[in-house]
Design a binder for this molecule. Structure first.
Ligand code: SF4
Ligand code: SF4
Length: 110
């Protein structure tokens, strides 16, 4: 598990179903220390693709994916919108997402 304060941030992010077998937004993502430390297997990126993209293009560590992967697609910010139009019924406002992300940055060493 990530640091409890990071887990609390996760709970404030809505969820939605992705297009099956899609990893189009998966690249190099930031990790807080506790997110990284809680992974059973550490993989180094050998390209700009995330090393945790599974064989079927699904996330192989979905339950342990870091904050940024959870936020993507869940916010009104055009930079964070899913290119396939997937997203929750009620996405976070840009302001709310910014607030959560600022808190996350403050916890990056936790
Ligand atoms: S958010 Fe969109 S682009 Fe990213 S994995 Fe899901 S469906 Fe694919
Ligand atoms: S951790 Fe999972 S969701 Fe995040 S970029 Fe990698 S494969 Fe995609």
């Amino acid at each position: 598990m990530a640091h409890p304060k990071i887990e609390k941030l996760y709970k404030q992010i809505p969820s939605f179903e992705c297009k099956p077998g899609c990893a189009d937004c998966c690249g190099i993502v930031p990790w807080a220390r506790s997110e990284w430390d809680s992974l059973p297997e550490k993989k180094e990126a050998i390209s700009t693709d995330c090393p945790y993209i599974g064989k079927d293009d699904n996330c192989s560590i979905y339950e342990q994916r870091p904050y940024m992967c959870r936020l993507f697609g869940n916010c009104n910010d055009p930079m964070l919108r899913c290119p396939h139009g997937c997203g929750p019924e009620k996405p976070l406002s840009w302001q709310k997402a910014q607030k959560l992300t600022n808190k996350y940055h403050g916890l990056i060493d936790k």
